[in-house]
Design a protein around this ligand. Sequence first.
Ligand code: SF4
Length: 431
Amino acid sequence: MKVYLDTVGCRLNQAEIEYYARQFHAAGHTLVADPQEADLAVVNTCAVTSAAAADSRKKIRHISRAGVDEIIATGCWSTLRPEDAARLPGVRRVVPNAEKDRLVPDLLQISEEVFDREMLERELIPGARLRTRAFIKVQDGCNNRCTFCITTVARGEGRSRTIAAVLEDIQAVLQPGEHGEEAAQEVVITGVHLGSWGQDLEPQTHLKELVTAILRETDVPRLRLSSLEPWDLDESFFSLWSDPRLCRHLHLPLQSGSAATLRRMARKTTPESFSRLLQQARAAIPDVAITTDIITGFPGETDEEFEETLEYVRAAQFAGGHVFTYSARSGTAAARMPNQVPYPVRKERNARLRAVLAESARAYQEKHLGQVLPVLWESATALGPEGWVLNGLTDSYIKVRAVAPQRLWNQITPVRLTGWFEEGMQGQLAL
Ligand code: SF4
């Protein structure tokens, strides 16, 4: 069977379709880059914003128009709106998040054990979802109730995968595949609430133990941690960075710099405790890139509260991040709150905050101008006789572009940072 895989949204959704790719491949099926060639398609949907939900529906309609009449919808949007998903053209099955880990064996009517008998080789997803870095799911669900968050509603209670299962997945992607798929040079561990990994295990443990085990038991060249909630971390966590394979990048969602707004969001952090964590991380990890997420226009956010956030972000000197315009998600407590902020005000605040974040991101990059940093090349585009245009990432999450005589895709090479292009820094190979 020819299978087309697609997703919208977070790294966890990407990690899940990468896992499906390995299972379909192990079961003898072929992945295709274009839905027009496919007999079956799986779409991992997202509900984090109304735009993401709309994208999910659009993708399913596009795949149906491409001629696929066996579409499986899974993920957060289809979990929250199963009837709407089932009504979309070509959708034959809606698999809720609670059952998505068994999606492939259930679909192929084979027992899950089949996939436990041997290591599931790395199988790169052809086409738009091809990723050089391997995304590995280590945790799902969340026990927090941030009032704006629909993910905790769609994904259910927090649950951790065992160290053994995670190590097996990582070992698998560190092996070259039978079709010459190259071994992963970087592994990104991800979850809905990554920092809560281990809290539900017996005996209870902490993410620090999982990262320690991965670094001890595998030869992973680069290990990156995806988004971490600030309240899950303490100073001792940063001792992990004594291992240079751990990427010097922390994504810590702040969401707001105003204590009052954070209380209405039911976030378990304060501006003061967040600042302490920034100081501890920067003291322990030289040159660490700290990026963040901020929501503008959260219900009840006054001009004063927004100014607090603006000043806080200016002082925090983040290396980058995402600014989301508050989007009411039905089923969340915030959607029922009074004092909803008018949309134009939310948008205007978003633009002002992006400008401040862009300034500090530039300042972070300027500190590295002229330095030589290791870059993992994630794409290589033929230029002709001049060679290849390479695009990649430093371990500190700076986007880098360079021209090279060789196609250095999926390789980590030293690069001198020499200037800027629209999305990041220009570089010269320092081989
Ligand atoms: S911790 Fe993250 S996933 Fe959990 S409710 Fe809050 S925002 Fe949502």
